[in-house]
Design a protein around this ligand. Structure first.
Ligand code: SF4
Length: 349
């Protein structure tokens, strides 16, 4: 019972986080974590912690840690009636899609996402009218109304396999521009980004030799990394191994040594022995990996946190349990259609 008292909670957190979180902060956060774990037991809740949560939260209260789909699937398998999703809203919606009978809470009502907000269900309906009969693949990082209009979902780790599983000459791939370009390159497809007014289309876009149709949505964190960042770091540390999330631009992915989902990057660092690593993804994940692998050397390039992930704090998580807030719901008609797209992906995984 490592979290049985405030002191034992502090000891656990201190062992993992002494080099990552300042001492005065650890003391205060251990008290909060203890309170949260008491409330969680009392209510019968399960807490999910996305890989981008801040280190003190990530290493104290989640029952499960990982990427969004993996977490939603694990929560669905528990007998707990309440899920608290420490992540952003589209992730909590995915948990609700898979566990309609459970109460799903998100600690902050403001935890959105620039990528998910780039597209609506109505946009997808319009695209389907424009390209009738073309199958629609959507990245899991979107809201339920978009998933509901989709033939099949994908994650950043299985996106190319999902596209290829469709055996279709042309595929609509939404909403991440860079992930779509990375998948197009991996699967040898030509990609276009349609414009609403055909008169504004470039000659390339009116050429029908395309096989993938994308959308200009972006993650506001991953779009910040540049090839210049990598070049500068390599000049100073020629032996660095660079890992880029596939939401980074194709040029950045090309200039990196490895590209993979958050879970794949964590596994890569654990399983390899490099003199040092540079992660091109949300800042907290580097700290979380170091806390679990203190012998590894991680360069810290970024100072930018995802503002949406940053909304989720230990205080907000405690209040979610205390006041049963903020409940995430998905209308049943949308949920059933969205679940079909998620299930279809799970079947081919
Ligand atoms: S890191 Fe990017 S994709 Fe993830 S929640 Fe933040 S803005 Fe959205």
């Amino acid at each position: 019972m490592e979290y049985a008292t405030v002191e034992s909670t502090y000891d656990m957190m201190h062992a993992a986080l002494k080099d990552v979180v300042p001492e005065f902060e650890l003391r205060y956060k251990a008290e909060l974590a203890f309170e949260i774990n008491q409330l969680k037991e009392k209510i019968g809740a399960v807490i999910l912690g996305h890989n981008y949560m801040e280190p003190a939260l990530y290493h104290s209260v989640p029952d499960f840690k990982g990427d969004s789909l993996e977490l939603s699937r694990r929560a669905a398998d528990t007998d707990k009636g309440t899920i608290v999703f420490c992540g952003v809203r589209f992730m909590a919606e995915t948990a609700k899609i898979l566990s309609p009978e459970k109460t799903v809470l998100i600690p902050s009502a403001r935890a959105g996402c620039s990528l998910a907000a780039s597209i609506t269900g109505e946009d997808v309906r319009e695209l389907k009218k424009q390209y009738p009969g073309v199958p629609v693949v959507t990245y899991i990082n979107c809201y339920a109304d978009v998933k509901a209009e989709t033939d099949i979902c994908c994650t950043s780790s299985n996106a190319a396999a999902v596209v290829e599983s469709l055996n279709s000459d042309t595929v609509i791939f939404l909403p991440d521009e860079y992930l779509a370009q990375n998948v197009a390159r991996e699967t040898g497809r030509h990609i276009i980004f349609p414009v609403k007014d055909p008169r504004q289309a470039s000659p390339e876009e009116t050429n029908l030799q395309y096989t993938m149709i994308g959308w200009r949505g972006r993650c506001e964190v991953h779009e910040k990394f540049t090839v210049e960042d990598i070049t500068n770091v390599r000049k100073q540390f020629p032996d660095v191994v660079v890992l880029a999330h596939p939401e980074c631009s194709p040029e950045v992915v090309e200039a990196s040594d490895y590209s993979g989902s958050t879970s794949a990057m964590i596994k890569f660092v654990k399983d390899t022995k490099a003199p040092r690593y540079l992660l091109l993804t949300e800042c907290s994940m580097g700290d979380n990996i170091i806390a679990e692998n203190p012998e590894k050397d991680m360069l810290r390039l970024c100072s930018v946190r995802c503002p949406h992930m940053n909304e989720i704090t230990l205080e907000q998580t405690r209040d979610a349990l205390k006041f049963n807030r903020y409940e995430v719901d998905v209308p049943e008609e949308i949920r059933v259609k969205a679940k079909r797209a998620v299930d279809r992906m799970i079947q081919i995984s």
